[in-house]
Every structure is written in structure tokens, then in C-alpha cells.
Design a protein around this ligand. Structure first.
Ligand SMILES: [Zn+2]
Length: 478
């Protein structure tokens, strides 16, 4: 192996470690913000809520990319995260479910944000009556945080991978829990505020839970070599690294305490009972899907126009489509949540062998494995004039085009036979900007599409029935 190649490989190996955030958690709770918890703890008589009930909790996932729509957190990983999260919360009775798909946001200021922009990201995008979670590249230098002002959690993409405990930790904050070392975030507290090993002051010191032992470690530590401390009584101890609300390494943590779980249930049934203001949700089993097109091993696909289709699955809430460079799907080109049963890839490399597969999501169920994959190969030739010859409709005229983003876009359309169609407008990354169902008749009709909120750029309008897709390029100017 030549030196340049070696150097390149070692840079690739080092980079993921360099990009790990410096701080584990940026959540700073004040006593003022713990008012509800302190009151709950003062009146705590034991398990009011251990009924074995399942509480379905709506989780709104926002995946933030750059202005150009790059850098998205892998949707497939997020689906697995929700599965893992439900394992971690199993003893609480909480079952998190993906609320109305994934919201993709393109914004450089949110992608790498400071506190002010993180707050703006949340107030501008939060969905009401759900737990909002934002996956970003840099949440103020942390692995994650819960914001009281923004009432949402932000997760660093690098800390949100498979097996992480950041997500469970931040949701612990969302449901009122302080760190097990509460009080040490700002330096050493007064001796009277340091929790003692004998439990004398467990009600008033630190997190106020008597079944979480003293913890004075406000930094990342590994449970195989825990730090040593001495409490105000002179008793030596090491903290317990198995709590999600501690700062021990992800692999060390595996639980919330009984009192922590009671507090979260009390919080969900109290100040957060708006989370149940939704139609009832159930766990739905779904089958895997069958891939339709392109056929396995297809060649000469257009790099800028490859349509992938798969069969609709009964009871499916959505699909995660992946187009990968490698058979293990460790390196993906597209990884996107969609409620459609097709996807138009417009940004593939020429003369490349891709692998693709689809994972089916059921209601409250993101845990089904992805189906088998197929391969296809792109050719050297690009499609220059998209569509035109493949006429599904007798008439399909979009005007004015180019259009400016202060006016309506009009579509004159008719079909040889009456058919139900889905009209969608996507940006060039495949993000759906507009979607509406129409019934197309044999006589000409004019559809009026609002594009006032669209940024300047090139978009694709897709009109599809059960078997065909027709696409037109739209240009929006200012
Ligand atoms: Zn924290």
C-alpha cells in the first residue's frame, strides 16, 4: 500500500473520533425548573402509577441538514433508536412512536447551532402536544440537551447511533429528571447539599430520589474505573454508573430507578398529559415489502432519473428507503423516510453499482427489519429532458414556468380515463415540498398549486397513479 493511501485510510479512521462532542449533556436545570418535581417528591408515597399500563408517547423527529440538504441523520438509524428507546423505557410503560413521519429541515444555523439558534429552531418547528426531538450536527458542543425554553431535545448525530443512551438520558430530562449528580454541574456544592451514603439527606440533596445513590461526577466516566469520593460524613464511595441520568459511558447505563420511573409517569399524567391528545395508537405488525423496479441487476439507469418502486404494505405508516454503496448498507447515498411507494433518485453517480432496500414501518412499530436488497447500475448517460415521451396524461402543462414564488403555479391536466393521482413537488434532494391527491378527468381541468413558500431553485413535479409517474421540472425564481 502506498503512503498516500495509508495516510488517507488512517485519516478516515481517526475522523469519527475527533468529531465526538466535548460535553455529554448541555441540560442545566435550575431549582425554579424543578418546582413540579420537588412538589411530586414531597408528596411521594410510592407507586401510584405502577399499573402495568402502556403509555403511547408521540415523538416528533426533526432531522436537520445544511442549507443544501446534506448531512442528514440516517433515518434507518433513527428507527432503530426508537426501538432501542422502547427497550430502555420498557419498565416505565412508555412506548414512544414516530409521530407523523420525519420532518426534514435544511438550515445551516440549526445544523451547527448556538443556544439562541437552537431555541429558534425549536420554537419555529415544534409540533404541539408531542415530544419534539432534533437531530443536528452540533448542538452547542454537546452530545445532546433538553431545552426548557424550547421545550424540546436536541441530539448530536454522532451521539445518536445504535446503542447510544443519549436519547434516553435527554428524554429523562424532558420528563422532569435531573442528573443523579444534580448540584455538581456548577462546581462543588455546600457540604449540606452533598448527598450522603447513609441516605440521611436523600430527600433534599441532589436529584431528590432516595433510590439513586450519591453521585458527584459531572463528567464522562467509565464504570470499569469509577472515580472515588468521600461524603460529608467521611464515608468513601464510588458512584453507580448504571443510571441513564448519570454521566457514565453509554455502555455502562441500563436503567432508571423505581422513583425516577414514578416521577416520569407522574409527569406524563400531570403537566405532560397533553401528549395523549391524539387518536389512540396501537402497535401494528407489518410485513416486509416486495421491490418492484428497477429489476435486480438492472443496468443503464439514469444517474439523474432513477425511479424506485415497491409494493404498498397493508397497515404501513411509512417506509425507509435506502440506496447504498455497500452491501452492508454501512455507506448510504439516500436514506429517507417516505409515505410513498416510489422514490425518484436524481443525484446518483454515473457508472456505479448501487444497492437498495426498503424497511416498512407500522403504527408504533419501527422495529421490523429491512427487506432483502436489490442492485442496479447507473450508466454514463444522463437524462437531459426529463419526461415528455412517457405520456400518462393526454395533457400535462405547467405554467408559468419558470414562475416566481409570489404566484400560484397552474397545471392543466386531463387523462384518457378518469384516474386518481398523487401530485407531489420535491426539491432536488427528494424532499417532498407539496403533496395532494386529485381525481383527473377526461376533460381538461386546472389545478392551482401554492408555491409562495418555496425558496428559489429547481424542483420536480411528479404526478403518479398506481403504475406510472410523470415528472416535470419547475424553476422558481424570486
Ligand atoms: Zn443531562
Amino acid at each position: 500500500m502506498n503512503i498516500m493511501k495509508k495516510l488517507f485510510l488512517s485519516i478516515l479512521l481517526i475522523l469519527p473520533f475527533l468529531s465526538i462532542a466535548q460535553n455529554y449533556c448541555g441540560t442545566l436545570q435550575t431549582e425554579e425548573q424543578l418546582t413540579w418535581l420537588r412538589d411530586f417528591q414531597a408528596n411521594y408515597t410510592g407507586s401510584d402509577f405502577r399499573g402495568g399500563d402502556t403509555y403511547y408517547v408521540p415523538l416528533k423527529v426533526h432531522i436537520v441538514g445544511t442549507d443544501e440538504g446534506t448531512g442528514y441523520m440516517n433515518a434507518q438509524t433513527v428507527m432503530q433508536d426508537i426501538c432501542d428507546l422502547n427497550d430502555k423505557f420498557a419498565a416505565t410503560g412508555f412506548h414512544f412512536y414516530l409521530f407523523e413521519g420525519i420532518n426534514y429541515i435544511n438550515n445551516d444555523d440549526y445544523y451547527n447551532h448556538d443556544w439562541d439558534d437552537g431555541y429558534l429552531m425549536m420554537v419555529n418547528n415544534n409540533v404541539a402536544n408531542v415530544s419534539n426531538m432534533y437531530f443536528v450536527n452540533d448542538p452547542v458542543g454537546n452530545c445532546g440537551y433538553f431545552s426548557y425554553g424550547g421545550d424540546a431535545t436536541a441530539i448530536n448525530n454522532d451521539c445518536g447511533g445504535i446503542g447510544n443512551s443519549t436519547i434516553a438520558h435527554e428524554l429523562g430530562h424532558f420528563f422532569s429528571l435531573p442528573h443523579t449528580f444534580y448540584g455538581w454541574e456548577w462546581g462543588e456544592p455546600a457540604a449540606s447539599d452533598q448527598e450522603e451514603v447513609d441516605g440521611d439527606n436523600c430527600n433534599s440533596a441532589a436529584d431528590g430520589f432516595c433510590d439513586t445513590p450519591p453521585d458527584y461526577a459531572p463528567f464522562r466516566w467509565n464504570c470499569s474505573s469509577p472515580p472515588d469520593y468521600t461524603d460529608p460524613d467521611g464515608v468513601e464511595f464510588t458512584p453507580d454508573g448504571t443510571y441513564y441520568m448519570s454521566y457514565s459511558n453509554d455502555a455502562c447505563t441500563d436503567k432508571f430507578s423505581e422513583e425516577q420511573m414514578d416521577a416520569m409517569r407522574g409527569n406524563l399524567n400531570g403537566p405532560r398529559n397533553n401528549l395523549s391528545d391524539h387518536p389512540a395508537v396501537t402497535f401494528t405488525d407489518v410485513d416486509s415489502t416486495a421491490l418492484i423496479a428497477p429489476e435486480d441487476g438492472a443496468v443503464h439507469q439514469y444517474p439523474n432519473y432513477t425511479v424506485l418502486k415497491w409494493k404498498a404494505v397493508e397497515n404501513a405508516e411509512g417506509y425507509v428507503l435506502q440506496i447504498a454503496y455497500t452491501p452492508t448498507f454501512s455507506a448510504v447515498k439516500y436514506d429517507i423516510f417516505t409515505t410513498d411507494t416510489f422514490f425518484l433518485a436524481t443525484d446518483l453517480a454515473a457508472e456505479f453499482n448501487y444497492k437498495w432496500r426498503v424497511k416498512v414501518l407500522g403504527e408504533a412499530n419501527t422495529c421490523e427489519p429491512a427487506g432483502n436488497y436489490r442492485t442496479f447500475e447507473t450508466g454514463a448517460e444522463y437524462l437531459s429532458a426529463i419526461d415528455e415521451n412517457n405520456l400518462v396524461f393526454d395533457q400535462f402543462i405547467v405554467y408559468p414556468n419558470p414562475t416566481n414564488n409570489t404566484e400560484m403555479l397552474h397545471v392543466d391536466i386531463s387523462s384518457a380515463v378518469t384516474k386518481d393521482v398523487l401530485l407531489q413537488i420535491t426539491d432536488m434532494t427528494g424532499k417532498v415540498m407539496y403533496a395532494e391527491n386529485y381525481k383527473i378527468a377526461t376533460s381538461k381541468q386546472t389545478l392551482n398549486i401554492p408555491v409562495q413558500k418555496f425558496a428559489e431553485g429547481i424542483y420536480l413535479m411528479h404526478v403518479s397513479d398506481a403504475t406510472n409517474i410523470q415528472v416535470q421540472k419547475i424553476i422558481i425564481t424570486k
